[in-house]
Design a protein around this ligand. Structure first.
Ligand SMILES: [Fe+2]
Length: 248
C-alpha cells in the first residue's frame, strides 16, 4: 500500500503546477482512502479486501488531475465525467499496474461508478460492494470539506426549488442535472444521506455531526429567511432519517 501511495503522489504532484486546486484533490484522495479502510474494517472484510478498498479510494479521483489540466474545472457537467476518464486512464497501457497487480476489474468499476447517480444492476455483488464503499467514503469526505469551508455553497438570494424539497422528503438523493438554483446545491449535499450504503457511514456522519454543521455553515452564508426555514425543516427530517438508519 505504501508503494501505491508513493506511485500516486509521483503521478499527481507534478500537476500542482496547474494550480492550488490540485493539492485539494490529493488531500481528498488520502482521506477517502483512509475512510474506505475504516468502512471495510467495519464490515469485517479480510486483510486483502481492506487493501482493495484502499486501492479503490486511492484511485477513485485519479482523473481529477487531467480534468483540471485540460478544462480548468472540476465540474463534470462543464467538462468530462471524471469517473469514466479515470477508468480510461487506469486502463490505458495497463497504467493501473503501477499501483497494484490484482483485482483490476473491481478497482476500475469502483472508479467508474463512484460518481454516478446509481450503480448499475449489472455489477456483481463483490464489485458493487467496493463501488459502494468508495461512494460512501467519497461522500463522507465531501461533507467534511463543506463544513470546513472548502466546498460551502455560496448562495445568492435563491431558495431551494420545490422539486428538490419534494425529492428530499421522498428520501431520494438529487441528480446534479436537476439543480436549478444556487440553493439547490445545498439540497444535493443533504441528499447524500439518502444514498449511503453502510451503517458505519451513518455512524460517522452522526459522530462528526456533519448535517447540523453543514446546515449551520450554510445558514451563515445566507440572509434569506425562507431558505433558512427550508434548511431547518430539512435538518429535523434528515437527522431523524440518520437515527433510523443507525438503529435499524
Ligand atoms: Fe470523484
Amino acid at each position: 500500500m505504501k508503494e501505491a501511495e508513493e506511485e500516486f503522489l509521483k503521478y499527481a504532484t507534478p500537476y500542482e503546477k496547474y494550480g492550488e486546486k490540485i493539492e485539494l484533490k490529493i488531500k481528498h484522495t488520502m482521506r477517502v482512502k483512509k475512510i474506505s479502510k475504516d468502512l471495510a474494517e467495519s464490515l469485517n472484510l479480510s486483510k486483502e479486501d481492506v487493501d482493495l478498498a484502499e486501492y479503490c479510494g486511492l484511485l477513485h479521483d485519479v482523473a481529477r488531475f487531467e480534468q483540471w489540466k485540460r478544462y480548468g474545472t472540476y465540474d463534470d457537467l462543464k467538462s468530462i465525467d471524471h469517473g469514466n476518464l479515470g477508468y480510461e486512464i487506469l486502463k490505458k497501457d495497463h497504467f493501473i499496474n503501477r499501483f497494484t497487480k490484482k483485482n483490476h476489474n473491481t478497482i476500475l468499476l469502483a472508479v467508474k461508478y463512484h460518481n454516478k447517480y446509481r450503480v448499475p444492476n449489472t455489477l456483481n455483488e463483490r464489485n458493487r460492494l467496493f463501488a459502494n464503499i468508495t461512494r460512501d467514503a467519497d461522500k463522507l469526505d465531501i461533507l467534511h470539506l463543506v463544513i470546513n469551508g472548502k466546498l460551502a455553497v455560496k448562495t445568492d438570494n435563491t431558495i431551494m426549488s420545490n422539486h428538490i424539497i419534494k425529492q428530499l422528503k421522498n428520501k431520494t438523493s438529487i441528480r446534479t442535472k436537476d439543480v436549478k438554483t444556487k440553493a439547490d446545491e445545498i439540497g444535493v449535499r443533504l441528499g447524500f444521506i439518502f444514498d449511503i450504503n453502510f451503517k458505519k457511514s451513518y455512524q460517522m456522519i452522526k459522530e462528526h455531526d456533519y448535517i447540523n454543521r453543514l446546515i449551520d455553515c450554510q445558514k451563515r452564508e445566507t440572509k434569506n429567511e425562507e431558505l433558512i426555514k427550508q434548511m431547518e425543516e430539512l435538518r429535523t427530517f434528515v437527522n431523524e432519517y440518520i437515527e433510523e438508519m443507525i438503529t435499524c
